[in-house]
Write a protein that binds this ligand. Structure first.
Ligand SMILES: [Zn+2]
Length: 499
């Protein structure tokens, strides 16, 4: 009797194994804010053996991964990595954009409530994201047995990667000095996040956005989530989306080539080594699948570049001189200042004030043409694209496609400003780097996979940011996200099956 029960149990297990496609126990996504692709090699001799060098030494690196839309900014990047799509489809058209005429931040949700502090930093959710993510599809595929969590210093870097049906997302509240969430996910912070907040209360009083401690605490909390939620240890494939945010503000403040940025990447390398070793011990070396990428790159500081005679420039459109000149030109031509005719210039997107143009009975096309001519006068502007008429403009195809893929019909501005290569929005004589353009400085990012079913190798064939989600979903045998336009990487997904 005992034997027949154990036989029956073995048969049931065999059927259960057959019913489940082969999948890793855990998927870990790591997105590093403002990480240029070349950093993996630039810092090669300063990195240890077990962080970035382990990724490259054991994993598969797509060395020519390009972001195929503009603007190359944080919210668009995180949304595009996890949806395999671009702003035109997933709707995250910038860090800020307009919905029904009102400016919103990417993950702003006025109906949500903060959980974990008394500030408004938790009024966030993924409701503005119009497409599903890798995590959403993973949960759908396993009848919601898989669990998905996001963690980052920045709200958008935790919320967008975790997706709509996430079990939790945690981010840093600068004013509150702690990690928080929103009631979109839960009504109370889990005890282990509360304990984490008490343990690190002192260090979290400094702004974690701009110090290497932000990198360390992100991985500390990721480890707490993994251990307390027992991710990868409950049967179904779970997912942990980690975003490293502090590297962005550090480079914005000090520049891509600065001791501060160097220190942040050396810290990140150490944290990666520690984290991978923890995963080896907890989940098992070949049982987890990791990918590492960036939301965008970064352009070197203009003073640094000019010192070395490299083409560069800082386009400062917000200065009083610029605005006064803009208004003077518009007054002469239209009898109204441009500040009335243009609602906003945000991340290279120019939003017309269509109500003001209509009520002054002005010709909208003439206003657009005048704005294009005015912005093109700047030494740093390459061209200004009237997106509604882009098919009639002499724009090279790769740039045209990136502008269209980054343009959301209801949420983006009507004109897009393209800077010359090496230029960025900023004052040239100030320290710090910036990003947002189509140039490879901003659009060439790391794309490395390691772990479960990943062969060691690299390719220089062109790949895109949107290929990451397509590849992960193909490897897991799950549906790709609802607006995915990427293509799986053949080396990771093509197999000859035994007959
Ligand atoms: Zn940034």
């Amino acid at each position: 009797m005992k034997r027949s029960i154990s036989f029956l149990f073995a048969v049931m297990l065999a059927f259960a194994a057959l019913a489940q496609p082969a999948r890793p126990k855990l998927v870990v996504g790591i997105v590093v804010d403002q990480m240029r692709w070349d950093y993996m090699h630039y810092y090669h001799d300063q990195f240890g053996a077990d962080g970035f060098n382990r990724l490259l030494g054991e994993g598969y690196s797509c060395n020519n991964c390009i972001i195929d839309y503009v603007p190359t900014v944080t919210a668009c990047g995180h949304a595009s990595v996890y949806t395999g799509s671009t702003p035109a489809f997933h709707g995250i058209a910038g860090n800020n954009y307009y919905i029904h005429g009102k400016q919103v931040s990417s993950v702003q949700d006025d109906d949500a409530l903060t959980v974990g502090s008394a500030t408004s930093a938790g009024k966030r959710s993924p409701r503005n994201l119009l497409a599903t993510t890798i995590g959403d599809e993973l949960r759908l595929a396993t009848r919601f047995a898989s669990r998905v969590f996001g963690v980052a210093i920045k709200d958008r870097a935790a919320v967008l990667p975790a997706g709509h049906s996430a079990n939790g997302a945690f981010w840093y509240d600068r004013k509150g000095g702690c990690f928080i969430t929103s009631n979109y996910y839960m009504s109370q912070l889990p005890p282990y996040v509360q304990a984490f907040n008490s343990r690190y209360a002192e260090v979290m009083k400094t702004n974690l956005n701009s110090v290497p401690e932000g990198v360390s605490l992100t991985f500390e909390l990721a480890t707490e989530i993994l251990k307390n939620e027992r991710l990868g240890q409950m049967g179904a494939t779970d997912m942990l989306a980690i975003s490293v945010s502090s590297t962005d503000m550090i480079a914005h403040t000090f520049g891509t080539r600065s001791p501060e940025t160097d220190a942040s990447y050396i810290r990140l390398d150490q944290e990666l080594a520690k984290f991978f070793s923890m995963l080896d011990d907890t989940i098992g070396k070949d049982n987890y699948l990791v990918f590492l990428t960036a939301d965008h790159g970064g352009t070197n500081n203009a003073s640094y570049s000019s010192l070395h005679r490299l083409p560069t420039g800082g386009w400062a459109y917000w200065t009083n001189d610029f605005k006064a000149d803009l208004d003077k030109q518009a007054m002469q031509r239209f009898g109204l200042p441009f500040s009335k005719l243009i609602k906003d210039i945000n991340e290279f997107s120019v939003y017309l004030n269509n109500e003001a143009i209509d009520s002054a009975h002005l010709d909208r096309e003439a206003v657009k043409k005048a704005a294009v001519r005015f912005f093109c006068k700047s030494d740093y502007v390459d061209r200004v694209i009237d997106i509604e008429n882009i098919q009639n403009e002499p724009v090279p195809q790769p740039l045209k496609e990136r502008i269209i893929k980054g343009f959301h019909l209801e949420r983006s501005g009507e004109l897009f400003i393209v800077l010359k290569p090496g230029c960025y929005a900023g004052e040239a004589d100030k320290p710090g780097s910036n990003h947002g353009t189509w140039s490879t400085d901003d659009s060439h990012i790391p794309m490395v996979f390691m772990g479960w079913h990943v062969p060691h190798g690299e390719t220089a064939r062109p790949t895109g940011m949107t290929d990451i989600a397509a590849t992960i979903c193909a490897m897991l045998h799950i549906q790709m996200p609802s607006a995915c336009i990427g293509t799986p990487v053949p080396a990771l997904t093509d197999h000859i099956l035994d007959k």
